[in-house]
Design a binder for this molecule. Structure first.
Ligand code: MOS
Length: 693
């Protein structure tokens, strides 16, 4: 096990806010008691494309408890850069379910009922919501998220592929998927003069305050975002969504605090989704399985109002050695909601394709799939030539194979007739980064410490991990420290996203705490009556990081059982082994890894946002018809990690663990399904009908 903190600050397995959560004392955004609050309920467009000709709110306004109806005819002007946040600023409809109006009323039920009474007269035009590999609207985006080159090329990939003795050339598809955090997007907003305060379900109070301020033409310090507890996000709460803009606009319109919470069904149109992908993978290799060519061509979608170019092929740029290589991304603008961040955006769908293709290459060459990956391990980052700060994929594969019992595997596919069982492996990876953050550490004359940072705990255990980091850096027991997070008035910090939260925050917290400890030491421990404090800011140190390639890696092993009569796939065992730098709090880390793997299992077998071409909407927009893996779907699930010293990424040496766990899981399961059945499913999810041929 990786070294954890030097002093056992917090009892093993303890989540410091656990008692508050299980007793209901922990308050999520919508639950704060706010005097005089009223309710906003959105009206969603019933067409996928067209113009709003006219609106009629008279029937809604006739209800005595309706305070206001906001429409494009009367909404105040905003200064939003993001068209998804420019609520009621235009009469165009870009997708079905887009917010086109809203009712504000003194009860939630009246607001909801009155929303049905708002008449919207549309001029509808034909829409297109279907992604196809040869869509006439395909174009090359300037870059892919967050800022990668759209295409890369080295050597002669076409020539090398054509000349390769062993070739895999297959197309893989992943469907649209929706983030479904337990807590829906919710806001309570109120104004005091020109100052706006919101209780908000967000992954990033600092960033949310800046963006909301921009939408209303305010300075960031005129907006306060409080997010004490957040019930998950997976990227959907990484940036503000229309609910917070609606609540703030409504609060200004009626001069009272406004509460707004999205229903699960509304979330499917309003908070983003993982875009579907169509990915052609070409692998050329010699008879020994050494890759000579890797070509990964991706087709994806965005909306007509905003570009979101998912970085689907970027992981292919650093996974395996090959002298000849190319990656490309092409997009089409469809009449759909703008896609957005969903756990490991890019890496997750991209690695399904790459790691499935590697399994197909293992079959084609007759080389064990663990050994095949080890043979193609690069010495430096293949496309850039940069050294890796630390890279332990091979150790994850070897140790995972040993723990899983891979050595006894019979490589033949579809031969274990007794219950159709099979095993599969795939690699995982995710970038390891940190973003500039600040922290303040103070000590009072009483000797009590307060550490402040605008971090947020979205259910990951960040509050526990940061308290442990702070106490460790201060060299005091954890109960001598109060940790303040979840408020944009605290020192600004990175969002809980991109697997960068802990790495970014613990860097700033460690720096501030060490500086404070030095001050105290310099005074021989004497704390003045007014206390002492130290502030940190990590921007310069992060800017000075060596230009190296930094990623976490993992290997996932799946055991599946397929019912030969029904096609039902069960996953009796899933093991992930990860190398992710220092593991700060093992219990919280384990739950992040197995949470990611569970979401990967869900992606493999269940999740599929179907789009109805006629109505241009997701008919399965609830948790009954969009199944997310539940307890009954998960059997023996285990995550382990190996010792890894990450020398560059801040004083904590933590690489981030929020996303690497979902990457590769779906391929490991699909590869195991092939091993069990001899059927290669290249389009997720692996529904039972795809196995009944
Ligand atoms: Mo994650 S998709 O960066 O919240």
């Amino acid at each position: 096990m990786t070294a954890t903190l030097s002093t056992p600050q917090i009892p093993h397995g303890t989540r410091i806010d656990g008692p508050d959560k299980v007793t209901g004392r922990a308050r999520y955004a919508f639950e704060h008691p706010v005097d005089g609050a009223v309710y906003a309920w959105p009206v969603q467009s019933t067409i996928a494309k067209g113009e709003i000709r006219d609106t009629d709110a008279s029937a809604a306004l006739a209800l005595p408890s309706v305070l206001a109806v906001l429409t494009p005819d009367n909404a105040p002007r905003l200064t939003a850069d993001d068209p998804e946040l420019a609520l009621f600023q235009s009469r165009s409809v870009a997708y079905r379910g887009q917010l086109v109006a809203a009712v504000v009323a003194t009860s939630l039920e009246t607001a909801r009922g009155a929303a049905d009474l708002v008449r919207i007269d549309y001029a509808e035009v034909p829409h297109d919501v279907t992604l196809t590999p040869d869509h006439p609207g395909l174009y090359k985006p300037e870059k892919v998220n967050p800022n990668f080159p759209t295409d890369t090329e080295a050597g002669d990939p076409d020539g090398a592929f054509a000349a390769a003795p062993v070739r895999v050339d297959k197309t893989y598809r992943t469907p649209g998927e929706h983030n479904n955090p337990m807590e829906p997007h919710a806001t309570i907003a109120w104004w005091e003069g020109d100052r706006l305060t919101v209780f908000e379900a967000t992954q990033g109070p600092s960033r949310a305050a800046t963006i909301i301020a921009g939408v209303f033409g305010l300075q960031p310090d005129q907006v306060r975002v409080i997010a004490e507890h957040v019930g998950g996000g997976f990227g959907a709460k990484g940036t503000p969504r229309p609910n917070v803009i609606l609540a703030a606009m409504a609060a200004r319109a009626v001069g009272r605090p406004v509460k707004c919470v999205l229903t699960r069904q509304q979330m499917f149109a309003v908070v983003g989704h993982r875009a579907p992908s169509i990915q052609r993978l070409r692998l050329g290799a010699d008879e020994n399985g050494r890759l000579t060519a890797i070509v990964h061509d991706v087709v994806g979608q965005t909306s007509t109002i905003k570009e979101f170019a998912e970085q689907t092929a970027v992981a292919t740029r650093h996974m395996y050695a090959a002298p000849n290589r190319r990656t490309t991304h092409r997009m089409v603008r469809l009449d759909v909601p703008t896609p957005a961040w969903m756990r490991a955006p890019g890496e997750c769908p991209g690695m399904f394709a790459l790691e499935s293709a590697m399994d197909e290459l293992a079959v084609a060459t007759g080389i064990d799939p663990v050994e095949l990956r080890i043979r193609n391990e690069p010495a430096v980052e293949p496309e850039s030539g940069k050294p890796f700060s630390s890279r332990n994929l091979v150790a994850c594969l070897r140790e995972g194979a040993a723990w899983f019992g891979w050595a006894d595997r019979d490589p033949a596919a579809g031969t274990r007739r007794h219950g159709l069982t099979g095993t599969g492996v795939a690699a995982s990876t995710y970038p390891a980064r940190a973003m500039a953050s600040q922290a303040l550490a103070s000590v009072e004359a009483t000797g009590h410490y307060v550490v402040s940072i605008a971090a947020v705990d979205i259910g990951t255990g960040a509050r526990t991990a940061l308290l442990a980091v702070a106490a460790d850096a201060l060299g005091v027991p954890a109960d001598h420290v109060t940790l303040r997070i979840g408020d944009s008035e605290l020192p600004p910090a990175m969002i809980a996203g991109g697997s960068m939260g802990n790495a970014s925050w613990s860097w700033a917290v460690t720096d501030a705490c060490r500086a404070l400890r030095e001050q105290i030491r310099a005074r021989d421990g004497a704390i003045p009556a007014g206390g002492l404090s130290a502030h940190s800011s990590t921007g310069d140190a992060i800017g000075a990081l060596p230009d190296h390639a930094r990623y976490s890696f993992g290997a996932q092993f799946a055991d599946v059982r397929v019912d030969a009569d029904t096609g039902e796939v069960r996953v009796p065992r899933l093991l992930g082994v990860f190398a992710a730098g220092r593991i700060v709090v093992p219990a919280m880390a384990r739950s992040q890894f197995i949470g990611g793997m569970t979401m990967g299992l869900s992606m493999a077998l269940h999740e599929e946002s179907m789009i109805d071409p006629q109505f241009g909407d997701y008919p399965n927009h609830d948790l009954a018809s969009y199944h997310v893996a539940a307890n009954a779907d998960v059997c023996d699930l285990d995550a382990r990690w190996i010792d890894e010293d990450e020398p560059e990424l801040g004083p904590a040496g933590a690489k981030g663990i929020g996303e690497v766990g979902i990457v590769g899981t779906a391929a490991a399961i699909a590869n195991a399904v092939y091993h069990a059945t001899g059927i290669r499913v290249r389009d997720l999810p692996i529904r039972l009908d795809k196995l009944l041929l």
